[in-house]
Design a protein around this ligand. Structure first.
Ligand code: NAG
Ligand code: NAG
Length: 303
């Protein structure tokens, strides 16, 4: 009896996950995936630099998250299973906003919570610059960079390997830098199963250094994001205290003053990929924040 129940609920979960390829405003294909019950409040997860939404595959099977939320993620342009146009014009802030918007509309999401990890949090600036207020109901910046114009965000370690990720003429430097990058995401890379580590490394290998260069150079404005923050957009700055990649306290000191509803949640000993290494703590933080947002009245944030 118990076995039958377990099999049935497993099948139910599987049948509720779906993947889509949607076309953005410039025709670039964006790969997106969803899990859970579309009638629940939604969250959109955006992955970090050179990676892919595949990093969230484990989270998207988590029963605690699926119990209360509809989960969506997509691969940013230039990343993973989405298109990688080669011109600088194809990496404008407007297009990053449009990509989010086509995914939001394809899954019929109204005002999801945005969970932006690392570079993925920067899409918040694109969204507020180009979309209507209310496109998201709250922002969780998970070891995130909500605006790419912030200064001193990198640790000495990530500053050291960053040029190698962008190298077009030194194959050895390029390869070793990609390995250093992926290893630096985890608390203890040797303890991460090799299929996980190689999947993440494989995602970074798909991104050519010429595309990485366009992604680090793209220009943004934070004015509208900060306006939304000053008029009540809820923000959680969530990070691990042992993040080897970004200086989250430096980011917090630049972002937090622009928000009136801001919560800083530190995971003691947590890594850059805290959603992987510290899943329980991460989910506690995310569910707490998103539950608070989904029960409050929508106001005219950012208007
Ligand atoms: C979104 O809503 C439309 C119209 O109600 C429906 O046809 C479509 O299947 C929905 N898409 C998803 C992914 O639920
Ligand atoms: C987060 O994960 C790291 C690595 O496993 C661990 O050392 C640390 O204690 C964890 N933090 C919490 C609050 O569980």
């Amino acid at each position: 009896m118990h076995l039958v129940f377990a099999v049935v609920s497993y099948i139910t979960l599987l049948s509720l996950s779906s993947a889509l390829i949607v076309k953005s405003s410039d025709g670039t294909e964006i790969f997106a995936t969803a899990a859970g019950n579309p009638l629940k409040p939604s969250m959109v997860f955006i992955h970090g630099f050179a990676l892919s939404g595949i990093v969230f595959d484990g989270l998207f099977e988590n029963r605690l998250l699926l119990g209360d939320f509809y989960l969506v993620s997509y691969d940013l342009r230039g990343h993973g299973r989405s298109g990688s146009p080669t011109s600088a014009d194809s990496y404008s802030s407007q297009l990053f906003a449009d990509d989010f918007d086509v995914v939001r509309k394809a899954f019929n999401l109204t005002s999801p919570v945005l969970v932006g990890w690392s570079y993925g949090a920067s899409v918040a600036s694109d969204i507020f610059t180009y979309l209507q207020p209310g496109a998201i109901s709250g922002l969780i910046s998970a070891a995130g960079i909500p605006y790419l114009g912030l200064t001193d965000v990198n640790t000495p370690l990530s500053l050291a390997y960053l040029p190698g990720l962008l190298s077009t003429d030194n194959v050895v430097l390029y390869g070793t830098s990609k390995m250093s990058f992926v290893n630096s995401l985890f608390a203890d890379p040797a303890a991460v199963p090799v299929d996980v580590r190689w999947t993440w490394l494989g995602a970074t290998a798909l991104q050519l250094p010429t595309i990485s260069q366009l992604l680090v150079a793209r220009a943004q404005s934070a004015a509208k994001l900060y306006l939304a923050g000053s008029t009540g957009l809820p923000l959680m700055l969530l990070y691990g205290t042992a993040d080897a990649v970004l200086q989250d306290d430096v980011i917090t000191s630049q972002i937090a003053p622009h928000f009136i509803d801001v919560e800083v949640y530190k995971i003691e000993g947590g890594s850059h990929a805290m959603f992987y290494d510290n899943t329980t703590e991460f989910i506690r933080a995310v569910v707490g924040f998103a539950s608070r947002i989904s029960t409050r009245e929508l106001t005219n944030i950012g208007e």
